[in-house]
Design a protein around this ligand. Structure first.
Ligand SMILES: [Zn+2]
Ligand SMILES: [Zn+2]
Length: 254
């Protein structure tokens, strides 16, 4: 059972004139503008669209079940990836991570996926494609990595924290393989009561993670012989993944 009609109306009403001091150094304030049903192949969801006072990014919360005033709500923070999420690109594992999180949340009593419209970890689509091109030209991947690695973490977590507050979530369990991410949200006033490891089942697209030979000279090499750049804030983990591969991956996601 998701949010009821009257809960939705109350939320929209209190958000209509919402203004606050804002979170973090950027004083980010968001408000819910619209909520609708979103049945999906991963389960029954509702979608809440947010306005924020800092940029024109329209972030959304994908909600399953009744999350209002709820404790220990499983929450996943996902950064938008047009090429992976939509096109199914194999240059990254964003789509696998997204699908797995939605499936996981859709099957539990309640949960939220925050879909952050921050393409390429905040550097934008053009810069992300530039980083891909740099790699193709055989350029030092450290450079490409740096280009892609730059991001405004602070802003992302301020927005995410405020979105959770707007939804009256009392406490969360973060779906992540990076325990450091718990601090980011805690610092913005979110009570994190636990962590749920985000372990993906193996499939034909992520199988290379399971093969130790995927790790070469301290890099993670995918099935096309290319070095994988970290695109989500979270190290990928596939069921049965080798400890050696995990260690290499973690290095990228400090
Ligand atoms: Zn606010
Ligand atoms: Zn991606």
């Amino acid at each position: 059972m998701g949010l009821t009609r009257s809960q939705i109306e109350t939320l929209l009403e209190e958000n209509r004139d919402h203004h606050c001091e804002g979170l973090g150094p950027h004083k980010v304030c968001v408000r819910i503008e619209a909520i609708a049903e979103l049945p999906s192949r991963f389960g029954q969801f509702q979608i809440a669209a947010f306005y924020n006072n800092r940029d024109n990014k329209e972030h959304v919360a994908i909600i399953h079940g009744d999350v209002l005033e709820a404790e220990d709500v499983p929450v996943r923070v996902h950064s938008e990836c047009l090429t992976g999420d939509v096109i199914g690109s194999l240059c990254c594992d964003c789509r696998d991570q997204l699908e797995n999180a939605l499936r996981m949340i859709g099957q539990t009593e309640r949960g939220i996926l925050l879909y952050m419209r921050q393409e390429g970890r905040g550097i934008g689509l053009i810069n992300k494609i530039r980083a891909y091109a740099l790699q193709e030209q055989g350029l030092d991947t450290v450079e490409a990595n740096l280009a892609l690695g730059f991001r405004d973490d602070e802003r992302e977590y301020s927005v995410a924290a405020h979105m959770l507050m707007s939804l009256h979530v009392r406490s969360i369990r973060l779906i992540t393989n990076n325990p450091n991410k718990i601090n980011d949200l805690t610092q913005h006033g979110i009570r994190v009561t636990g962590r749920i490891p985000h372990v993906m089942p193996p499939n034909e697209y992520n199988r290379f993670y399971l093969e130790t030979k995927a790790v070469k000279s301290g890099h993670l090499i995918d099935t096309f012989g290319k070095i994988r750049l970290p695109e989500q804030a979270d190290p990928p983990q596939v069921e049965g993944m080798d400890e050696e591969v995990l260690a290499v991956i973690r290095k990228y996601y400090k």
